[in-house]
Design a protein around this ligand. Structure first.
Ligand SMILES: Nc1ncnc2c1ncn2[C@@H]1O[C@H](COP(=O)(O)OP(=O)(O)OP(=O)(O)O)[C@@H](O)[C@H]1O
Length: 257
């Protein structure tokens, strides 16, 4: 039981953006970071998994082709936190969250229970009656996180989930995803630029470069000087902080401007 991706090809416009992508299965209870330079294909892969972009090849969730799921099955099993956040035109946070859960077919009382629990767990109950249009970018990203977790999908897809978050909420997001994965055995895939967040929560890092897998493994295996120079054009290193945690230190551009 896992997420399997093999021989995946995705074309956007006339360009082959993801090419012959084969990845080892992602098991239940795992968090994988998808990293790589701008334009590498991270969002494209996330959106293909979410069903919003056509793809050729295999994407199997627990052995079932994602392409064979009905719209409702896909909504129930696959959750996406996109880069473009919900605007919720004219809706309050609560209404937006409720609408999302009711379209999954959840009974009203269960939907309400999940929303209240989700808002409480992330300490966001104070936002419930706010108009979505009145929220800051970071607050919208937190609401999108509550929405994703409340849906309880088997596969969680997060496209740059920390892009608008302050330091407190970056950690809260990582903790909430880690807890979901641990307690429900879900599978999480996070497209990230922040290597320190990836180091903090992801046991596996996949490096995409020009639509192909440039490296796949633990942070220590993957983030070696050759790869960093080749893929990002930078020098950098993993060090141990005084508390024993690995941290990524960015040094220089390989070719200074
Ligand atoms: N609608 C589109 N039509 C044609 N090409 C596209 C389209 N959207 C994206 N692309 C191209 O596909 C490639 C991969 O884009 P994608 O957004 O997946 O990259 P990414 O790794 O998520 O980048 P970033 O880190 O900048 O968000 C890029 O070269 C991009 O220019």
């Amino acid at each position: 039981m896992s997420l399997q991706i093999s021989q995946l090809n995705i074309v956007r416009g006339k360009v082959a953006v993801v090419q012959s992508l084969d990845l080892a299965p992602m098991p239940p209870g795992s968090i994988t970071a998808l990293i790589g330079p701008n334009g590498a294909g991270k969002s494209t892969l996330i959106h293909a998994l979410a069903g919003s972009l056509p793809a050729r090849g295999q994407m199997l969730l627990d052995g079932v082709p994602l392409a064979s799921l009905t719209h409702r099955e896909r909504c129930q099993q696959v959750g996406l936190l996109p880069q473009t956040l919900p605007q919720g035109a004219g809706l309050t946070v609560y209404e937006l969250l409720l609408g999302g859960l009711l379209t999954l077919g959840l009974p009203h009382h269960q939907a309400e229970q999940r929303i209240e629990q989700g808002l409480q767990q992330l300490r966001l109950s104070h936002l419930a009656m706010r108009a979505m249009s009145s929220l800051s970018g970071g607050q919208r990203q937190m609401v999108a996180l509550v929405q994703l977790l409340a849906r309880q999908p088997r596969l969680l897809l997060l496209d740059e989930p920390s892009s608008a978050l302050d330091l407190h909420w970056q950690l809260a997001m990582v903790e909430a995803i880690s807890r979901d994965v641990r307690e429900r055995g879900s599978i999480a895939v996070l497209a990230l630029h922040d290597l320190n967040l990836a180091l903090r929560c992801c046991e596996r890092i996949i490096v995409l470069s020009e639509g192909r897998c440039a490296a796949d493994g633990s942070a220590l295996d993957v983030l070696d000087p050759d790869l960093l120079a080749k893929v990002y054009g930078i020098t950098g290193r993993i060090e141990q902080c005084s508390q024993g945690r690995p941290i990524f230190v960015l040094d220089h551009l390989v070719h200074p401007l």
